[in-house]
Structure formats: C-alpha cells, structure tokens
Design a protein around this ligand. Sequence first.
Ligand code: SF4
Length: 206
Amino acid sequence: MTAETTEKTFPTPLGTVREEAQDCTRCDLYKNATQTVFGEGGGDARVVFVGEQPGDKEDIEGKPFVGPAGRLLDDILEEAGIDRKKTYVTNAVKHFKFEPRGKRRIHSKPNAGEIRACRWWLDQELTHIQPDLAVALGATAARALVGKQVPVMKQRGTVVESAEGIPVFITVHPSSLLRIPNDVDRRSARERFTEDMRKVKAMMKG
Ligand code: SF4
C-alpha cells in the first residue's frame, strides 16, 4: 500500500483520533467522568474486543480493561491461546457512567442515545484497524456493533455482521462471571467463556 493510499484511507491517524476523543462532548457522559478511555492494542491487531464502558478503575487510569473484569479477560485469553499483541480492546461507550452512592460510584448502563453518540469513535477505531473479527462482550457492545438490539443469550457463540460488514462474534461480558455468587456456577461459566474464546482463536487469521 502506498503512502498516498494510506493517507486517503486513513486521513487521521488513530493516535490523533484518540487525542480528539479526549475533548468529546457528543453526549453528557463526559461531564461527570474523569476522562475519555479510548481503546488500546497492537497496531497489527486482527481482532477487536468491545466491552460496554470503562469501570471505576479504568476511568481513573484512563485505560480500558484494567479492572477485575479486564484481568479475568487477560487470563482467559491466555488460556485460549490468543496473543494479546494481535488484539485491540475498547468499549462501546468511552466515558464511565455511574450513580454516586456515598463515596462509591456505582456502574450505570449506557442508554441507546449514548451508545449511538459514541459509535462515532468505535467506527473510527474499526475503520483504522480493519480487523478480521470483532468480539461483542455483552449486550451494549453487540448493540453498538450491529446497530440494533441483539439477544445475547440466544445468539451467544454465533457470528453476525457489524454495520461495516465486519464479522461480530457474540458473547457475554467477563464482568458477568464475577457477579455469579456460587463457586460451581462461576467455574462453569468461566469454562464456557473460555470455550467462546477458543472459538474466537480459531476464527483469527494468522
Ligand atoms: S461517552 Fe462517548 S460520545 Fe459520550 S462524551 Fe464520552 S466519548 Fe463522547
């Protein structure tokens, strides 16, 4: 690919898009969060993992998937044989939405308007990376990628198409595993999620 073609295809480098996103006011979520949490990953990423939104720790550190769910995802990707250097991780919504409760900040689900507003940034990430596969971790990510509500439990393990025609593997968000109180059920849910990641690995080219 020539430099000229690159320039035409990607008029703004992803690093510049990331900087622009820091000043985003496309919806109201920037008002109470600490900062925009943009996606991160290898420049040659072949698969993009999309979560819901940054959590408390991600909001403070400015990095995606660095909290408990992110650490669990890291462990499971390693078990499934997925090379993190070939992945990019991001969220459908890039500011932390929460309800203050005393000193704590309790996660609050982004609404359809916020998901739609933030699709602007996800679209740019996908356009730059051009992955072979996107993985929707949960309902918010699936809705953002596909452009409509997706029944995740029914379509889990299947591949649908994103608005750009990118194959999207549907699964749950790793945080859902952390919320299971019973040890036996949690282990079994973890095994099922690991199985999903093995399917993702099999779909990755190279
Ligand atoms: S959540 Fe997304 S669209 Fe809304 S202000 Fe933040 S970066 Fe912009």
